[in-house]
Write a protein that binds this ligand. Structure first.
Ligand code: ITT
Length: 182
């Protein structure tokens, strides 16, 4: 069973896995899933957080793994919540974010994908620029109902092609290029 997969996504968040699996399928890479809450350090750097998480994941499963750390960075809030996006989502949520904002609504979503096997650790970054909606729109997970990618008037929760444009897609595309040629 386990050998059906090339590598494993380790995360507490099945939504992230489902999207990552679809994206990697399109590049011919078979991604399995270990649902696990990994040790998360506090840091201003998504990459440092992801590297810590991936070492924890590899030592747990002893198989090639990837982890992902994401952050939504809001310009008018000096990049908040950034690396604290998970905690902020669990505490004040989308409603709390909307209450903090006035007219300036530019934001970006960033994904760091970090791979680890016996020999290597490598990180890949994907970014998408956009803005925060005036209210929640659509039924997506996480910040999807409030994030509008640039050149669209719909939120991530309302569009069909999220997996072809997202921060996750861009990071995984870079990862795939590297992985398939290593
Ligand atoms: P891990 O176990 O993999 O760490 P997590 O959900 O805590 O899962 P992150 O820390 O990477 O993951 O995510 C930061 C927050 O951003 C978290 O609340 C996610 O739900 C949210 N998020 C990440 N990617 C998203 C996306 O594509 N759309 C909506 N919300 C997203």
């Amino acid at each position: 069973m386990l050998q059906l997969y090339d590598l494993f996504f380790v995360s507490s968040n099945p939504h992230k896995y489902k999207e990552a699996k679809k994206i990697l399928d399109s590049f011919g890479i078979k991604l399995g899933f270990f649902k696990s809450e990994l040790e998360e350090i506090q840091s201003n750097s998504l990459k440092d957080i992801a590297i810590h998480k991936v070492k924890n994941a590899f030592s747990k499963y002893k198989k090639p793994v990837i982890v992902e750390d994401d952050g939504i960075f809001i310009n008018s809030l000096s990049g908040f919540p950034g690396p604290y996006s998970s905690y902020v989502f669990k505490t004040i949520g989308n409603k709390g974010i909307l209450n903090l904002l006035t007219t300036k609504r530019q934001a970006k979503f960033v994904s760091i994908i970090t791979y680890c096997d016996k020999k290597t650790i490598e990180s890949f970054e994907g970014k998408i620029i956009g803005s925060i909606a005036n209210s929640q729109k659509g039924n997506g997970w996480g910040y999807d109902p409030i994030f509008i990618p640039k050149n669209s008037n719909k939120t991530f929760a309302q569009i069909d092609d999220k997996n072809q444009i997202s921060h996750r897609y861009k990071a995984l595309k870079k990862f795939s290029n590297w992985y398939l040629h290593k």
